[in-house]
Design a protein around this ligand. Sequence first.
Ligand SMILES: Nc1nc2c(c(=O)[nH]1)N[C@H]1C(S)=C(S)[C@@H](COP(=O)(O)O)O[C@H]1N2
Ligand SMILES: [Mo]
Length: 443
Amino acid sequence: MLTCKEWLVCPLSEEKYMNQTSLPFEFHENPEPVAGGGLLDRRLFLRQGLALGSLTFISQGVLASEFDRPAWVLKPGHPFTNYGQPSPNEKEAIRWISSNPAVPGNGISWTPLHMLAGTVTPSGLHFERHHNGVPQIDPNQHRLLIHGLVNNPIFLEMDKLVRYPMVSRFRFIECGGNSNVGWHDEPTQATAGNLHGLVSCSEWTGVPLSIVLEEAALQPSARWLIAEGADAAAMNVSIPIEKALDDAILAIYQNGERIRPENGYPLRLLLPGWEGVTNVKWLRRLEAADQPAMTRNETAKYTELQPDGSARQFTFIMEAKSLITHPSPGHRLQGPGLYQISGLAWSGRGKIKKVEISADGGKSWAEAELQEPVLSKSFTRFRIPWRWDGGKTVMKSRAVDESGYIQPEREKLILERGRNGYFHYNAQVAWGVDTEGRLNHVF
Ligand SMILES: Nc1nc2c(c(=O)[nH]1)N[C@H]1C(S)=C(S)[C@@H](COP(=O)(O)O)O[C@H]1N2
Ligand SMILES: [Mo]
């Protein structure tokens, strides 16, 4: 549920952005909206931001003598530490944990997407899904076994694996169950992170799986790889050989440092763009087989009952999605004025091509600015300026990826998949704005 605290969001200084009459833009004072509800040209901030580079943002009229020196200027600071921590003033930017009290190692934690900016998820805030706790693995004893339908079975220690050539990729990981409250009848009221934060984006570094598989020499009948983790759940899933040979990575580093224990230390399988469960953590075994193993997580779980009674199975790709993170539920707009709408888009099929925003409940749309670089199967940050008139409205976003796939309306998704769903909810998300500047989740 909504945390009691509200994060106040003040309108941007209109005069700083708008009234620079000496600036060479076609709009100075009141840029024309480009869509209903007060959406403005997506390049507004960019262009004026550039030209404003030389302007000072310190309020005029403050005298140096009134500018008291704060306490921390008057005495030496703290000594430094071996490993940095976030500022103690940022205690609210934490993961929200939901675990089974009977089995505390089984549960999830959400990334606080509504508290973060940019595109990289700090490692300590990467979402988590554990089936049986976080194993404490001694990397010197950890081994990866590659066996089954291979001509050269391989037994790899970590110190051998790190001698293979590596690659680095910014890639998101999203649980197939992310956003599943979207299937409910009524919109759940919670923050954007607590509704949609089973997705995170890191820079992963490791060895392309194809290199190691080449060494193992797959037999022609090998069509699947059964991947197994070294946790007490011994979680395992079946992966088509095509994906393993395409862009799968034996990931060793996350955002520059060794993967965090929670995210698979010392070795995890990364299958870019594919549902979280296939990204096996604490990877210890890859068995080449001619058919899938039909494990729990590809039969009882992570399958989807369709309206006609059949089940979708092996629905690996996470389809395009977008989410307005700012402003979002929990944030409170402080009166009418100019705001920046910002959020994240991602697609398991490749790059995000376009994100459109509506500030009038879907009647009209305007294209948001995409922050460079736009990377494949990675978070893309979008932004658009918006002048809120103080009235009640609904804002939404929709993503289009490079395959041409358009993030569906909720009604369309439900029409296609029925109401028995739990996984793969990727419909457009709508936030209602009330006249008090509060945001809430609406369908
Ligand atoms: N060994 C093992 N791998 C696992 C899991 C697990 O419980 N054990 N959970 C899976 C699921 S369901 C998801 S969504 C992702 C979550 O990865 P994260 O905890 O790094 O975010 O890991 C997958 N890999
Ligand atoms: Mo998951």
